[in-house]
Design a binder for this molecule. Structure first.
Ligand code: ATP
Length: 746
C-alpha cells in the first residue's frame, strides 16, 4: 500500500465521501483502498501500490463532495506532519506559559501597589458602576462599566478590546472575582463579556477593574498557529519552508532602477535579492547600516510592481518609523492601529482617520444614527417579553395584530403595541446590517487603494484585516519579535522579507521556562539556522559611529565584516563646535582626549553595588555619582543636551541616575529601551561590582553589543573590570580600550 495525501478537505467530508469519489473518479474498486486517517483538513489514504499514482493524478484539483482538493503522493508526509505538530504544540505551550506569567505579574502588582497607584499606571480603573447589558454573542453576559458619577470620563488606561479584566469590590485579590473580556470601549465606558453570569456585585457601585492580561496578542498568536495547522495552498508551502521541510526558490535577479540613488552596494544587493526571492529573504542590518532604508526601497520597488503589501514591526514606534519614511517618499500608506498608539503627526494616515472621509462610511454613520433613533422609539412600545408574550411567536403576534385580535389574556392594543415593537426591530436589524456592510466595503476600498498597509504584528491579526492576503510582507526589527508574533502577519502573506539583527537584543520574555525553550528566538533566527546564509544579505557599511567605537563590536559580533562609511569613520567630538574641558580629572579626560572610547575602571574602589528591598534590579551609587560628574562636564561643553544619553542595563540604576542628573534634556534609559537609537555622546554605566564576580544578565552579550553601538562620536564606559572581566568578552573589551581608547583606573 502507498499513502496518498488529500489536502483542503472541509469538516463535513467523511471516509465515505472519499471512497465514493476515488472509486467513481479514479475508477478503482473499494478493496484497493486501505486505512483512511484524518488530520485536521487532511486525509492520509492507503491505496494499492499499482494504482496509487493514477489516483493521485486523477484526484488532484478534482472534487470530493463538492470541494476541490489537492492530492499528492508523499512517503515522508506522515513524518512531516509530526514535525509540524511538534512545532505548533511547542509554541502553543510557550505562548501559554508567557500568558500565565503575565497574569502572575499583574497579580503581584495588584498585591504590592495601591489601587490608585495601579490606576496611575493605567492598569486599573476605580470608582466604577456596572450596568446589565443583557446577553451577547454566544450567550455571554455583557456588563457596561462607567464611573460612579454620571458623565465622568475614564482616566487614561492601557486596557483595550480583547483584554482580560478582573472586577472587584474592596478585595482585588479575592479568588472569586469575576474575569471577563473587554468587548467595547469608549472614553466613558468599558463593556465586558463574561462567560458565566458574574457575581451580583458587578451590577452595583464602587467597583474596581484591573487589567489582568493583555490577552489579544496572545490570542492572535494562538490563532496564527492554528491557521498554520490547517493551512492549505501558499501558506502551507511557506510553513514547510520555514520548518526546513522544503527548500527556498529564487527567481532571476531583476534589473531595476533604484528610487534611492544613495544606496550602497550591499544595500542594492539586498534589495535585488529580496525582490528575486520567492519565499523568504532576510536583510541582516548591524547597527546604523541602513536596515530600514533598505526595507523602504524594497517596499517602493514592490509598490512599483503593483504588489499588495503589508509592512509590520512589533512596536508601534517602529511601525511609525516605516510610515514616516514611506510618506516622505510619497507612498500611499494606510496605518492600521488604534490612533492613540500612533504618533500624532502620522494620525492622518490611520484607517480611523481616513475612513471618516469615505462616503460609504459617512452613509453608515447616518444609518447608525437612524437605527439609534428607532431604538429610542422602540422604548415607547411594549417589548414582547415573557410577561406579555405568553408563549406567542413573533409571527403569531404580527398576525393577531393585523386581525386586531387579543390572545391568551393579552388585549388587542397590547398585541398591536408589541407588533409595532417588532416592526421597528426589523428595521433596526436591517439598518445595522447595512451599516456593517457599508463599513466593510469602505475598509476594503481603503486597503485596496493604499500602496502599503502598515500595522504592528499583533494588529495584523485584527478584525479589519481578517481575510486579507498580501503579495509581500516586510517585517522591520524582526529580531525583536517572537516567532509566534511574526506568524500573525505571515499567515496573510505570499512572500516574506524580514529585516533585523540577531546580534542585538531579542524580544523580552517574562517567563524563564518559555525563554529557555525558545520563545525569545525570532523567526529571523530560525530561517537563518534552517536555510543558511543563502537566505540573507548583510549590510556592512555603517553610517553611525567613528570606526574605533565600531570596531570592538565588529570584531566580537560581526566577524570583522563591518566598515564605517567615509563620512563617519573619523568623526570626533571636537568636530562639533564645543568647549571641551582642559583639565586632567578622569571625567575631563574622557571628554577632551582624542580617543573616542573611554573606560573609567572602578576596580580599585570599594564594592558598591546593591539591590533595593524587594527588587530584582541592581544599582551602584559610586557609578551614579561618576555619571553625574561626567554629565556636568558634558553640559559645560555647550553641546545640545538632547544629543547626550546615559544608558545602563538596570532599571534601578536608571532611577538612581535620574534623581542625580538635573538636565531634563538628557535621556536616561535602560539599554533594552535604547535599542535602535543613537546619540553623539553615550555614557554607559555597567553597574555590576561584587565579590562573587556575578554579572547577571550582562552575560547576554547582545546587551553589550547594543550598549556599545549607540554613540556616534564619544562613548564613555564606567565599570568594574574585576567583576566583569571574568567573562571573556568583557575582558576583551577592557583590553580593546587599553589599546584603542582611553583607559583609566580610578
Ligand atoms: N546608503 C546610504 N548613504 C548614506 N546614508 C545612509 C545610507 N543608508 C543609510 N544611511 C543613513 O544611516 C542612518 C541609519 O539608517 P537606518 O535608520 O536605515 O538604519 P538601521 O540599520 O535601520 O538603524 P538601526 O540599527 O538603528 O535600526 C540614517 O541616518 C540613514 O539616512
Amino acid at each position: 500500500m502507498t499513502e496518498i495525501i488529500i489536502k483542503g478537505l472541509k469538516e463535513h467530508i467523511g471516509p465515505g465521501d472519499i471512497v465514493g469519489a476515488l472509486t467513481n473518479e479514479a475508477d478503482i474498486s473499494g478493496n484497493q483502498i486501505g486505512n483512511i486517517d484524518f488530520k485536521n483538513k487532511i486525509a492520509l489514504v492507503e491505496i494499492e501500490d499499482s494504482v496509487s499514482e493514477k489516483v493521485a493524478k486523477v484526484m488532484d484539483d478534482n472534487q470530493i463532495a463538492g470541494v476541490t482538493v489537492n492530492v499528492e503522493q508523499d512517503n515522508d508526509f506522515r513524518d512531516k506532519l509530526e514535525q509540524v505538530e511538534d512545532y505548533l504544540e511547542k509554541y502553543e505551550h510557550l505562548v501559554e506559559l508567557e500568558r500565565e506569567e503575565e497574569m502572575r505579574r499583574h497579580e503581584s502588582e495588584i498585591k504590592h501597589l495601591s489601587g490608585y497607584e495601579r490606576e496611575e499606571k493605567g492598569r486599573a480603573i476605580l470608582h466604577l458602576r456596572g450596568r446589565d447589558e443583557g446577553q451577547g454573542l454566544a450567550g455571554k453576559f455583557l456588563v457596561k462599566f462607567m464611573r460612579n458619577h454620571k458623565g465622568e470620563e475614564l482616566p487614561d488606561n492601557e486596557i483595550s478590546i480583547g483584554d482580560l479584566v478582573m472586577l472587584s469590590k474592596n478585595e482585588p485579590l479575592n479568588d472569586d472575582n469575576p474575569t471577563g473580556t473587554v468587548v467595547e470601549q469608549t472614553n466613558y465606558s468599558v463593556t465586558v463579556a463574561f462567560d458565566n453570569k458574574p457575581l451580583g456585585f458587578v451590577y452595583g457601585k464602587d467597583l474596581r477593574m484591573d487589567l489582568y492580561v493583555n490577552d489579544i496578542t496572545f490570542q492572535r498568536m494562538l490563532d496564527a498557529l492554528e491557521e498554520l495547522r490547517v493551512a492549505t495552498g501558499r501558506l502551507d508551502e511557506l510553513k514547510d519552508k520555514l520548518l526546513g521541510l522544503s527548500g527556498l526558490n529564487f527567481s532571476e535577479t531583476p534589473e531595476i532602477e533604484f528610487f534611492n540613488e544613495q544606496l550602497n552596494q550591499p544595500q542594492q544587493k539586498a534589495v535585488k535579492s529580496a525582490l528575486a526571492a520567492d519565499d523568504f529573504f532576510l536583510v541582516h542590518g548591524p547597527p546604523g547600516t541602513g536596515k530600514t532604508t533598505t526595507a523602504i526601497e524594497i517596499l517602493q520597488q514592490a509598490v512599483e510592481e503593483e504588489q499588495s503589501i503589508l509592512a509590520t514591526a512589533d512596536s508601534n514606534t517602529a511601525v511609525d518609523n516605516i510610515v514616516e519614511r514611506l510618506v516622505e517618499q510619497d507612498v500611499e500608506v494606510l496605518r492600521v492601529g488604534h490612533p492613540v498608539r500612533v504618533n500624532p503627526l502620522l494620525r492622518e494616515h490611520t484607517l480611523d482617520y481616513v475612513i471618516e472621509e469615505h462616503p460609504k462610511y459617512q452613509k453608515a454613520v447616518e444609518l447608525r444614527e437612524k437605527a439609534y433613533d428607532l431604538l429610542e422609539q422602540q422604548e415607547e412600545h411594549t417589548h414582547p417579553s415573557g410577561k406579555w408574550r405568553r408563549g406567542m411567536s413573533n409571527g403569531q403576534i404580527r398576525s393577531l395584530a393585523e386581525d386586531g385580535k387579543g390572545s391568551r389574556g393579552v388585549p388587542p392594543e397590547k398585541i398591536q403595541d408589541m407588533a409595532q415593537w417588532l416592526k421597528l426591530q426589523d428595521k433596526i436589524d436591517e439598518l445595522f446590517e447595512k451599516v456593517e456592510r457599508l463599513e466593510d466595503e469602505a475598509v476594503q476600498e481603503l486597503i485596496d487603494r493604499a500602496d502599503v498597509v502598515c500595522s504592528t504584528n499583533s494588529t495584523a491579526g485584527s478584525e479589519v484585516l481578517s481575510g486579507q492576503e498580501f503579495d509581500l510582507l516586510v517585517v522591520d526589527e524582526a529580531t525583536q519579535a517572537t516567532e509566534p508574533s511574526a506568524l500573525i502577519p505571515l499567515t496573510k502573506a505570499k512572500k516574506v522579507v524580514l529585516a533585523g539583527d540577531h546580534k542585538q537584543l531579542p524580544p523580552t520574555i517574562l517567563n524563564e521556562e518559555a525563554k529557555q525553550k525558545g520563545l525569545a528566538k525570532s523567526l529571523f533566527e530560525r530561517l537563518l539556522e534552517v536555510h543558511g546564509s543563502e537566505i540573507k544579505q548583510v549590510l556592512n557599511l555603517q553610517y553611525r559611529m567613528n570606526q574605533d567605537i565600531m570596531n570592538f563590536s565588529n570584531r566580537e559580533f560581526y566577524d570583522g565584516q563591518l566598515e564605517a562609511a567615509p563620512a563617519v569613520k573619523d568623526w570626533q567630538l571636537s568636530d562639533l563646535d564645543l568647549e571641551l574641558p582642559d583639565g586632567n580629572a578622569p571625567a575631563e579626560q574622557a571628554l577632551n582626549r582624542e580617543e573616542v572610547i573611554s573606560f573609567l575602571d572602578t576596580c580599585g574602589m570599594e564594592v558598591s553595588e546593591h539591590s533595593k528591598k524587594d527588587s530584582t534590579s541592581v544599582q551602584n551609587e559610586m557609578e551614579a555619582d561618576l555619571v553625574e560628574e561626567i554629565v556636568g562636564q558634558v553640559s559645560r561643553t555647550g553641546i545640545d543636551l538632547t544629543e547626550v544619553a546615559v544608558i545602563t542595563p538596570y532599571q534601578d540604576q536608571v532611577e538612581l541616575i535620574n534623581k542625580l542628573v538635573a538636565a531634563e534634556e538628557i535621556e536616561i534609559d535602560t539599554v533594552d529601551g535604547f535599542q535602535g537609537r543613537e546619540k553623539e555622546v553615550i555614557i554607559f554605566s555597567l553597574v555590576r561590582n561584587n565579590e562573587r564576580k556575578n554579572i547577571g544578565f550582562l552575560k547576554d552579550i547582545r546587551r553589550l553589543n547594543v550598549s556599545l553601538t549607540r554613540a556616534k562620536k564619544k562613548l564613555i564606559i564606567i565599570g568594574d573590570s574585576d567583576t566583569i572581566a571574568r567573562h571573556q568578552v568583557y575582558n576583551n573589551l577592557t583590553n580593546y580600550v587599553e589599546k584603542h581608547g582611553f583607559y583609566y583606573e580610578l
